[in-house]
Design a protein around this ligand. Structure first.
Ligand SMILES: Nc1ncnc2c1ncn2[C@@H]1O[C@H](COP(=O)(O)OP(=O)(O)O)[C@@H](O)[C@H]1O
Ligand SMILES: [Mg+2]
Length: 250
């Protein structure tokens, strides 16, 4: 334990699997015995509700604004959540004049990172101030992408931003990998796009692909991770495999 690795799940597109990946990878790591903190940094609160946390007392918003003391929500023995709330939507505007505004999350996490092996940050589908805070605090960013051409089109914009963050705010920020999500090997388009991504990103594309799996879409409304909701499902198998790859590579 100690000096956690911080990993942001990042993509400015919505619906690509950031939240599903954040929740599933956090759960898998915690099941393997690692101490994990999942930070929900999206005003839509999907990671928070996916874990069955509906009305948390303290949220990352109030803590970042200095209105409450740090209070982590225990989910299981090894998994803790820093929940989101709708008011995060106002964060970018409200903090626009704050000195060092990109460093607020880093400052918040620094005193507690020794208690965790991994801190996983579920980003919102924007490249705004909250996401800059996530990247400034992180060692790695991992991008889930869908196997469509349009999905890859946003990647160069994303890399421009992460390059700037690396130059100006956080020299240790590294691309941890690309996750191909909602993959269906019978679709030629999916195969084609997988090849394009592989050609572009090489071994940064994780070998473990996440298949299209209905259980992954159902699990959030049960308030349980895929490993509790449907432990035999492809989604559980794929995310466990991916987590092993992350443990090996990062
Ligand atoms: N591998 C998958 N197979 C089927 N549905 C998925 C899969 N991954 C995610 N989903 C569903 O797709 C939607 C978008 O995923 P989500 O993780 O919320 O994306 P993001 O956080 O990037 O917006 C959600 O309804 C989710 O349950
Ligand atoms: Mg999300």
């Amino acid at each position: 334990m100690g000096n956690a690795k911080l990993i942001s799940l990042l993509n400015q597109k919505g619906g690509v699997g950031k939240t599903t990946s954040s929740v599933s990878i956090s759960s898998a790591l915690s099941m393997k015995g690692y101490k994990v903190l999942l930070v929900d940094l999206d005003a839509q609160c999907n990671a928070t509700t996916s874990l069955g946390v509906l009305e948390p007392d303290t949220t990352v918003y109030s803590i970042l604004k200095g209105q409450s003391k740090l209070d982590l929500h225990p989910v299981t023995e090894n998994l803790f959540l820093l929940p989101a709330s709708n008011d995060l939507a106002a964060f970018d505007l409200e903090m626009s004049a704050e000195p060092g505004k990109e460093y607020l999350l880093k400052e918040l996490l620094e005193p507690i990172d020794k208690h965790f092996d991994y801190i996983i940050i579920d980003c919102s589908p924007t490249l705004g101030l909250l996401t800059l805070n996530a990247l400034t605090a992180s060692n790695y960013f991992i991008c889930p992408v869908l196997p469509h051409h349009l999905s890859i089109a946003g990647m160069s914009k994303l890399m421009e931003v992460t390059d700037k963050v690396q130059r100006r705010l956080n020299p240790k920020l590294t691309l941890g990998g690309i996750i191909l999500s909602q993959f269906n090997s019978r679709k030629i388009l999916h195969q084609d796009t997988a090849n394009v991504i592989k050609a572009h990103f090489g071994d940064k594309l994780f070998n473990s692909v996440i298949r299209e799996n209905i259980s992954l879409a159902e699990a959030p409304s049960s308030g349980k991770s895929i490993f509790e909701y449907a432990p035999q499902a492809n989604g559980a198998v794929d995310y466990m495999q991916l987590t092993k790859e992350i443990l090996k590579k990062l």
